[in-house]
Structures are given as C-alpha cells and as structure tokens.
Design a protein around this ligand. Structure first.
Ligand SMILES: Cc1ncc(C[n+]2csc(CCOP(=O)(O)OP(=O)(O)O)c2C)c(N)n1
Ligand SMILES: [Mg+2]
Length: 678
C-alpha cells in the first residue's frame, strides 16, 4: 500500500518495553498459532493459513498483554471485545481460543476445522463457540460491528459508570475490509463519535487474493483514518515491542485508534510467504515441513509443548482477578439490578401490560394514521417502558419517525443519549446495530426507507444468520410514497426480505397492528425484524381491542363474511384498506367475501396446520393484494389466484394517481373477479 510513504509516528518507549529475551519467547508463543493454523488448514485441505501466520505476532501481544478477558467466563460483560473482521483468518481466532483455554475450543475442534458439525466453521460463526463475538467473513462487516460494540460500551458507561462498564473493542481488519465501502461508513462514524475505546489493528500485508493490493488500490490508509478523526500509527507487525508500544498509546487515546501492522502474509513459510499463494490454500506438506524448520518449531502437528501451553493458559487466566473485582463492584452497585436486567436481554416485568393498556387506549378511537406515525406513537410508549432501546436513523429521522418524545441524541459530548444520528450510512448503521445487539445491554432499532434495505442487506442477512434482535424500521414501503418515484418505491424488496431465513418481515395495516408488530419484534430475542411502514395515512382496520396479539399468528381474518364466503382476500399493510373496500363491492355484487390481514408471512408459516387451513379457507375465488411483486402470494391464492399488485417498477406521481394507474384499487379487484367468472 502506498501508506508506506506516510511517516510512522514516533512512539515513546513504553513501560511495556519487552526485553530481548522475552521477545524471543513471544516469537515462540506466536509460532504456536502459526503451527496450529497451518496444520489445521493442511488437515482440512482447505482454509486460509496466510493471515494467522502473518498476524500471529501482533495478536500474541494483544491477547497476552492487553486484551481484558477471562477465558473461564466468556460472557463477563466488561470484557474487551475482539472482532476478527477478516473472518477468513478464522484459524487465528480458533488457535487463540484453544491456547488461552476457552472450554469449547478443544484440540479436537482444531483437528476438525471446517468439518460439518464442528465449532470451527470456515469463518467464525457467532454462537458456535464461546469467544466468537460475531459472525464474520463478509469483509468489512467486522469493523462496523466493532463500531456498534464501541457505541454500546460508551452508552452503558454513561448509564452505569466506569465501575461497571469500561472496556475496549478491538477489530482486526485486512486489506479487503478496507477496500469495502462499509469500512468508510464505519470509520467516519467512529471518528465523529470519538469512540476512544475502539482500536483497529490493520493486518497490512499488501496482499489479497489476486496478488499485490497495488493491483487494485493505492489508498494511504493512515491518511484516510487520520482524515476521519482517528489516531493513527504504523508499526512493524512482527516487532512485538513496537506493537506493544502502539497498543499502549492507544489505551490512552481520546480518539479511536488505528494501528497499521506491517506484516508478511504466511510468515514463516519460506517459499510462499509474502505471496497470495498463502492466502486461501493449504501450504502443502512440503512447505509446512519447511515452515517448521524456518520457524524452529520442531513439534508434530497439533502438539503444543507444556511450557508453551502453560504460558498461554496463564494468559487466559490473566483477567480473572480483574473480573472478580468487577463482580464485587457489581454486587455493591446500586444500579446492579438495572444492569443485570439489561444484560439479560429480557423486557421489563410490566411490559406486556403496558402494551395492552396502550392498545386499549388506541382501540377506544382507532386513529387514521400512516403506520410510520403509529410506529412513532408506539415508540413514545416503548422507549419509556424499555430503557435498553437505542434508536436511530440514517438521516431520515423526520421521515422514519424513529425519534420518540424526549429522546436525546447520542453524541461525542453526551453518550447518555439514546438516539443515534447514523448519517447517510445505511450499511454502516445496520452492521453497527448488529454490534450493538451483540454487545448486549442495549436493544437497537434504526430506520431508513424500505427501498434502501438493499443498502443494508448484507448486514440484515447477518442479523438473521446470527439470530440477534435488531429492529429495522423501514418506512415508505411501496408506491404509496408517491412523487419520489421508482428509485424510491420498493417493489421487489418485501419478496427479497421474505427470502432471508430467520427474519421477521412485518407489514402492519394500522395503528393497532403496528403496536402488535413492535411488541413481537421486541420479544423476538433470536430473530431480527423488519417493520415495513407506510408514508401514507391508512384507515384503521382493527376497530376493537383484543387481548390477544393477532399479528403473532402472522395472518388472521380481519373482516368476516356475514354469509358463507365465496371469495377470500389476503392483503398486507396499506392494501388491507383496499381489501376491505373490495369486500364491500364484492358483497354488493353477490359474492360474499372475507378479508385476511397478513402482517407477517413468516409467522403465519409457523402456525399449526389446523389454524392455517382455517385462515386459508377453501373459497374458489382467491385474491391477494400487495403493492409489490407477486412472489410468495401464490402460496395463499394458488397459481390461478388473482393478484392485485405490481408487475414492474413504479412511477413518479401522486399517490392518488399511482394506485389507479397500477390497477391497485377495490374496483380493479371487482373487475378481476368478474372477468374471471366470465
Ligand atoms: C464482501 C466480501 N467479498 C469478497 C470476499 C472473498 N474474499 C475473502 S478474503 C478476500 C481477500 C482479502 O484480502 P485481505 O483482506 O488482504 O486478506 P489477506 O489475503 O491479507 O489474508 C476476498 C476477496 C469476502 N469474504 N467478502
Ligand atoms: Mg491482505
């Protein structure tokens, strides 16, 4: 990288100055990572030895001298977080977890690297083994996750003080992470928010898959980070002393820190190091043997001599006393129960009752509001009842209606605020929300236009894959947004989102459904949610109070037929109103109809067969209405069902003109039914 040209900042020799003798030892300890990594990749006959071998030295300094953790208690809330943004280097993390003595990570797991059912998946997967803080692999996500974690840390520090919350978030990122656009969103936000406890370690090896990074990029990464408000420094990533000095300086920084560690990819493999050949393929038996010689590592595969393992295990226990002291502080802290409640992820005791009361209130005189407004009103209640929520929007606060009454902004001057102005950084926002949720103690929600879920999608997919509670408030959910036109009108997005496993896609039709969907989203601790909300006002469909959360069933009959029905209309969100109008026309025309509201297809699919059969019915005339593409609706209306919706992109115009133009009206429903009957 041309960042070579930037003069490394001179670092003061630090108190952590490592003696020559100790440096030699550290090299041997780092070689344990190298050996385990190259051997595991060799055994699996797949994987990435280059990063672990290159980053072993600086990772050893970090994990044995700086990182605050206790391998015996991977969930200690005040531990430092370590995110391997360059997730292909997973063997670095797995080797470390084993060496440090994390119970889940046995030698046997390392021997089964990348095998089905092992904890040592190709890329680190959150939840597979303790010590994996997030799922990584899609490059750049980790940097943005780390930003979210660092935000959570500062916020909880503001709430609970240094005694309970004061830890660092480290991210190890490579060339790939830095070429990805998401890194720009993440680092500019972190610099702006002055997240001093965030430290990015750049594995600056100048190599990616195609060869030298200079083939495709010539960014001065130091200058780039500096421009974004970070402290920056460059060190020789194999010089443990220099790394220690840089890390020490970063501990005291009042800004986030970027440490570019110049490394040689595949360090120790004599013929392949420094080349892309070590990036993502086993070194080969011969080169592995030569690497052993070069490194002076004379032990057989997966064998770690006792003295070396002892050193590592002791490092894994380093934080124990600090953790115990922290536990004592927690026990004595007056905010203990609020803190532990927040960490548990549970909703407050009276939450359901609060929501029920609010629903009762709404049912007294159901308002005609856009669901984005109903969502804001719901948030006025939720954000008072649930102190853990942290809201935000990617610069569409007045459109997404995500800021509830009295909410203060989260700023560098006031980390106690609960509302994050993410700026126009949708992808960064979504990935930061993953980091917030993973950190624990907070429940993130954030907004943008539904059409820009495309800009968030890689992070939404990861929320779903990890099974975490992130709530996406996605407004302007159809052509109903009007004049902004087809660039802003989602048509394929609901289908695309419904295709993501373990993701709730909610499209409520009125104020009461909006409350119910919010409640479900908050209750879903292991599933992220999308709330697709309208810009336009809607007539209420739910006119009376029901104690039951009807949206929890995914679909339910919202308007029954007085006579035996001949037609059934399924609709979601803004089109439920059209469905109810269409029912009136059909009833008049002698075709008794009923209406099923479908706020969540994914929840409906989870219902019993008996319930589904009852809701689906057996009417011959089957209609689906949604101002979006037909995908998914065939399940309910059949291949020969009538679908009233979009068949292509929308258009710029007034909403009053757009719905008739695209044939999404009650009249069109009647016409389509009549045509079919002819
Ligand atoms: C978003 C994304 N795009 C592409 C890939 C495939 N990929 C994995 S590693 C890699 C190259 C990364 O280079 P670098 O970060 O420098 O890693 P190094 O070769 O130094 O280990 C690519 C393109 C990916 N994992 N994620
Ligand atoms: Mg690289």
């Amino acid at each position: 990288m041309t960042s070579d040209t930037a003069a490394p900042a001179a670092l003061p020799l630090s108190a952590t100055l490592i003696s020559d003798e100790e440096r030699l030892k550290l090299r041997t300890y780092a070689n344990a990572i190298r050996a385990l990594s190259m051997d595991a990749v060799q055994k699996a006959n797949a994987g990435h030895p280059g990063l672990p071998m290159g980053a072993a030295d600086f990772a050893t300094v970090l994990f044995t001298r700086f990182l605050k953790f206790d391998a015996a208690d991977p969930h200690w809330p005040d531990r430092d977080r370590f995110v391997l943004s360059a997730g292909h280097g997973s063997m670095l993390l797995y080797s470390l977890l084993f060496l440090l003595g994390y119970k889940d990570m046995t030698l046997d797991q390392l021997k089964h690297f990348r095998q089905l059912g092992s904890k040592t998946a190709g890329h680190p997967e959150y939840g597979h083994a303790e010590g994996i803080e997030t799922t990584t692999g899609p490059l750049g996500q980790g940097i943005a996750n780390a930003v979210g974690m660092a935000i959570a840390e500062r916020h909880l520090n503001a709430r609970f003080g240094d005694d309970l919350v004061n830890h660092k978030t480290y991210a190890l990122a490579g060339d790939g992470c830095h070429m990805e656009g998401i890194s720009q969103e993440a680092i500019t936000l972190a610099g702006h928010l002055k997240l001093k406890n965030l430290i990015v370690l750049f594995d600056d090896n100048g190599i990616s898959i195609d060869g030298k990074v200079s083939l495709a990029d010539s960014t001065d990464q130091l200058a780039r980070y500096a421009a974004c408000g970070w402290n920056v420094t460059r060190v020789d990533g194999h010089d443990t002393n220099a790394v220690a000095a840089a890390l020490e300086a970063a501990q005291k920084s009042d800004k986030p820190s970027f440490i570019a560690c110049k490394t040689i990819i595949g360090y120790g493999a004599p013929n392949k190091q420094g080349t892309a050949a070590t990036h993502g393929s086993p070194l080969g038996a011969e080169e592995v043997a030569l690497a052993r010689k070069t490194l002076g590592w004379e032990y057989p595969p997966f064998e770690i001599p006792a003295d070396i393992l002892d050193f590592w295990r002791a490092a894994g226990r380093r934080g124990r006393a600090e953790r115990e002291a922290w536990e004592k502080r927690l026990a004595a802290n007056s905010a203990r129960s609020a803190f532990t409640h927040g960490q548990s992820g549970a909703l407050p005791a009276g939450f359901d009752e609060t929501m029920a009361n609010y629903k009762k209130e709404l049912a007294k005189s159901p308002p005609a509001l856009a669901t984005r407004n109903s969502s804001q009103n719901a948030l006025d209640v939720i954000n008072v009842a649930v102190p853990e929520t942290i809201g935000g929007s990617a610069d569409l606060t007045p459109s997404n209606n995500t800021l509830s009454k009295g909410m203060k902004s989260f700023t560098a001057a006031d980390y106690g605020g609960r509302y994050i102005h993410y700026g126009i950084r949708e992808h960064g926002m979504a990935a930061a929300m993953n980091g917030l949720a993973l950190h624990g103690g907070v429940i993130p929600y954030g907004g943008t236009f539904l059409v820009f879920t495309d800009y968030c999608r890689p992070a939404i997919r990861l929320s779903a894959l990890m099974g975490i509670r992130v709530i996406y408030v996605m407004t302007h959910d159809s052509i109903g947004l009007g004049e902004d036109g087809p660039t802003h009108q989602p048509v394929e997005h609901l289908a695309a989102l419904r295709a993501i496993p373990n993701l709730h896609v909610f499209r409520p039709c009125d104020a009461i459904e909006t409350v119910e969907c919010w409640q479900l989203a908050l209750q879903s601790q292991k599933t992220p949610s999308i709330l697709a909300l309208t810009r336009q006002k809607l007539k209420p469909a739910r006119l009376s109070y029901s104690a039951k959360n009807l949206c929890a069933q995914g679909a339910y009959e919202v308007a029954a037929s007085a006579k035996k029905s001949k037609a059934v209309i399924f609709a979601s969100g803004s089109e439920v109103e059209i469905a109810i109008d269409a029912k009136a026309l059909l009833d008049k025309a002698g075709i008794p109809a009923r209406v099923v509201s479908v706020p969540s297809m994914d929840l409906f699919e989870k219902q019993s067969k008996a319930y589904k059969d009852k809701v689906l019915g057996t009417e011959k005339i089957r209609i689906g209405i949604e101002a979006a593409l037909r995908n998914n609706w065939d399940r309910y209306i059949g291949l020969d069902g009538i679908f009233i919706g979009m068949t292509g992109f929308g258009a710029s115009g007034r909403i009053e003109d757009l719905y008739p133009h695209f044939g999404i009206t009650a009249k069109h429903v009647l016409q389509a039914v009549k045509k079919k009957q002819r």
